[in-house]
Design a protein around this ligand. Sequence first.
Ligand SMILES: CC(C)=CC(=O)SCCNC(=O)CCNC(=O)[C@H](O)C(C)(C)COP(=O)(O)OP(=O)(O)OC[C@H]1O[C@@H](n2cnc3c(N)ncnc32)[C@H](O)[C@@H]1OP(=O)(O)O
Length: 257
Amino acid sequence: MSYKTIIVDTRGAVGIVQLNRPKALNALCAELIEELNAALDAYEADPEIGAIIVTGSEKAFAAGADIKEMLPKSFQDVYMEDFISRWERITRCKKPVIAAVSGYALGGGCELAMMCDFILAAENAKFGQPEINLGTIPGSGGTQRLTRFVGKSKAMEMCLTGRMMDAEEAERAGLVSRIVPVTDLMDEALKVAQAIAAKSLPSVMMAKEAVNAAYETTLTQGVRFERRLFHSSFALDDRREGMTAFSEKREPQFRNR
Ligand SMILES: CC(C)=CC(=O)SCCNC(=O)CCNC(=O)[C@H](O)C(C)(C)COP(=O)(O)OP(=O)(O)OC[C@H]1O[C@@H](n2cnc3c(N)ncnc32)[C@H](O)[C@@H]1OP(=O)(O)O
């Protein structure tokens, strides 16, 4: 498939999706979202791929939903087409998805990054939910996910004022896993993605599912769910291989089975 608004690249077992509308700071138009979804479908279906990176340019991960595309839409338009629901494909990825964020991650850009499994931020990253400045509110999970990441006070302040958070504040608040120099962002993202891709994919998928359950369930239900997945991992050849390799003081040879 040929893409117009994204660039895809595969490095070993890692699939990379780079948002690529430089003139609009990677504003998330419908075409870009469809291309992103198609690339995610392809990487999810590819047995050679063990992890996915979503990134943008140095100046912008994404400056939000495409305001010019949204401008003429009426209530009927957005309601009838369930506008924004197509953005959620990324939350249904079973493989791990890392957001490598440099520059602006605003509005839908911040929401897209938060839908990934974790965010690696460059020193120049800026996060924000500025929809309030446009007379609207976040529509792709910003009020919900940001609040879970950084707590009510900070999320409320950001959603009500549109204030941006820099990388250091985002790291302190728990929004990003860590900060790296701008020039090292892709190398670091690839390093961590390759490290994950080298592990047993079914175990990685189970770990991801269990961590995500922490956001959806009570502690008791979450711990029970984790226990069931943990038990299930004993059905994997890779679990036996991992423990055997440890005992034999060698590297495990996982086969994703
Ligand atoms: C998901 C939901 C429900 C909502 C949203 O996401 S709403 C959008 C939220 N995002 C924003 O409000 C950010 C809008 N952008 C900005 O505030 C600024 O562009 C900036 C602070 C990110 C960067 O400012 P800078 O002065 O460096 O660059 P600009 O000249 O303003 O932008 C360059 C170029 O990009 C176009 N652009 C930027 N963001 C968007 C956007 N979200 N949608 C459409 N186009 C965007 C901007 O218009 C300009 O292009 P033109 O010169 O051709 O107008």
